[in-house]
Design a protein around this ligand. Structure first.
Ligand code: PEP
Ligand code: MG
Length: 539
């Protein structure tokens, strides 16, 4: 038995086989070939296999997610059969006498650059597609699979770390637990584990080896231990621990339908954070009073190109209807920093967390923002939607947003498209600047929601993604708590409500202090709704 210890992110015990997340690493070398016709044929054969795969994917996607989302696999087939694309590969192989892999990789880079430099946003988005489809052919030629989790049965997903775009691709029904070498407790792997209510351990280091793939293991999310090939005694102990945990969770079930009220009668709303429609079930199951944060950027992360207005409208409508009149706060696109999307073609930045992200993208690329706002105002007809804007630092930004909103509403009116006129709008308080001008900001909006993950990062000048700094990343730091208090005082002075939607909202050690600050709402991972309700009722 091998025992490794990392940092626990979410409690619970999971027993199952390890499935190591395989990230494709294709090193393409330029090699000289003699038989150039045979080499070109190698490309043609691989391309034919790729075409078959794409047809299969198209059929699967048609069944699972419908025609609009399946269309991308048709586009990929067209790209592979494109004459210019094939000619470029043939020319490189035959004129330079080089291997097919090199010719494909070079062609993919050239074509991607051409697409990326076009003015049209749709065409720019094709840069990622031509790379993607070329990767597929390269994968076939080199025998290196795509990044996937290969498991038929639910498994413990092990990885070095997972990017948000990778977590969205995971088949959630196949994930028993997460165990990663690196990552920080505020990374999106950690947030996903909390949302899915499954045990997770991060920071296990390089001792967590890919060769453990397929081995039986136990993840103890209470202690941060993972036991690989556990002995009989450990297995018995862990089974008992798992049983007790399940019993406690059953006890929490009894809190469903009860109010979030302290013994002295103070009430507070407890809402849930979600990343996509499939999390809605967890929010409802855990009896959340509403959705306090819908991270709409996951819709963009899941897509190969900009989600259309119709696609967004249908998702927002589904969430609004699913919550049946309860409040649903949808945050507009918060892309950038740790959440990268290829088709946005964002430049590499020295300091991405301080860079071109969130509202800064929306205000400078209004066509993306307007599409989302149109979808939101249309979906608001079907439920109780509020809209929230991330990474705000100034009153001027909020005024600009309001101008765009007015414009979008006017446009919908002229087009005779139904929309809701009065939608509650709020901002995230996640920069020290927004705290310092919170009195002025409160005059402009209906509510605040404190994003403590970023507020802690920016207040303490500590990268939330850097696990080396975990010891310094202290969300209990008096500076962070003073920031929250100040924002609360200023919101209330202007008669506006304020909540927390960052991870700190679920920190049961601080619940009493948050109630003392007079916060009106705490929005937490679905699995934390009932433990938080218990804590509030015990106070
Ligand atoms: C936050 O910063 O606290 C927040 C809720 O947003 P995200 O974690 O998605 O950056
Ligand atoms: Mg944030």
């Amino acid at each position: 038995m091998i025992t490794l210890t990392g940092k626990r992110v979410f409690s619970g015990v999971a027993i199952g086989k390890i499935s190591f997340y395989k990230r494709s690493e294709k090193v393409i070398k330029r090699e000289h070939v003699e038989d150039i016709d045979a080499e070109f044929q190698r490309f043609i054969d691989a391309k034919d296999i790729a075409m078959e795969q794409l047809k299969g994917l198209y059929d699967k996607a048609m069944k699972d997610v419908g025609e609009a989302n399946a269309a991308i696999f048709e586009v990929h087939q067209m790209m592979l059969e494109d004459l210019d694309y094939m000619e470029s590969i043939e020319n490189i192989i035959k004129s330079q006498k080089v291997n097919a892999e090199y010719a494909i990789a070079t062609t993919a880079d050239n074509f991607a650059e051409i697409f990326a430099s076009m003015d049209d946003a749709y065409m720019q988005g094709r840069a990622a597609d031509v790379k993607d489809v070329s990767e597929r052919v390269l994968g076939i030629l080199t025998g290196v699979e795509e990044s996937v989790v290969q498991t038929d049965e639910p498994a413990i997903i092990a990885a070095d770390d997972l990017a948000p775009s990778e977590t969205v691709q995971l088949d959630k029904s196949k994930v028993l637990a997460f165990a990663t070498m690196f990552g920080s407790s505020n990374s999106h792997t950690a947030i996903l584990a909390r949302t899915m209510n499954i045990p997770a351990i991060i920071g296990l280091g390089e001792e967590l080896k890919p060769e453990y793939d397929g081995k039986l293991a136990i993840v103890d999310g209470f202690t941060g231990n993972i036991y690989i090939e556990p002995d009989a005694k450990t297995m018995d102990e862990m089974r008992e621990k798992q049983r007790k945990d399940q019993e406690e969770k059953a006890l929490l079930e009894l809190l469903k339908g009860k109010e979030n009220v302290t013994k002295s009668g103070q009430k507070i709303n407890v809402y849930a954070n979600i990343g996509n429609v499939s999390d809605l079930g967890a929010a409802l199951k855990n009896d959340a009073g509403g959705i306090g944060l819908f991270r709409s950027e996951f819709l963009y992360l899941e897509n190969d190109t900009f989600p259309t207005e119709e696609q967004q409208f249908s998702v927002y409508k589904q969430v609004a209807e699913g919550m049946a009149g309860k409040k649903v706060i949808i945050r507009t696109l918060d892309i950038g920093a740790d959440k990268q999307v290829d088709y946005f073609n964002l430049d590499k930045e020295e300091n991405p967390a301080l860079g071109y992200r969130a509202i800064r993208i929306c205000l400078t690329r209004p066509e993306i923002f307007r599409t989302q706002l149109r979808a939101l105002y249309r979906a608001a007809v079907f439920g109780n939607i509020s809209i929230m804007f991330p990474m705000i630092i100034s009153v001027a930004e909020v005024r600009k947003i309001k101008e765009i909103i007015a414009d979008v509403k006017e446009e919908l009116k002229n087009e005779d498209i139904p929309y809701k006129e009065d939608v509650e709008i709020g901002i995230m308080i996640e920069t020290p600047a927004s705290v310092m001008v919170s009195r002025e900001l409160a005059k402009e909006v209906d509510f605040f929601s404190v994003g403590t993950n970023d507020l802690t990062q920016y207040t303490l000048a500590i990268d939330r993604q850097n696990s080396k700094l975990d010891a310094f990343y202290d969300p209990h730091h008096p500076a962070v708590l003073s920031m929250i208090r100040m924002a609360a005082e200023n919101a209330h002075a202007e008669g506006k409500w304020i909540g927390i939607c960052g991870e700190l909202g679920a920190d049961l050690e601080l619940t009493e202090e948050f109630l003392a600050m007079g916060l009106d709402e705490l929005s937490v991972s679905p699995s934390m709704v009932l433990p938080l309700r218990k804590r509030i009722r015990d106070l």
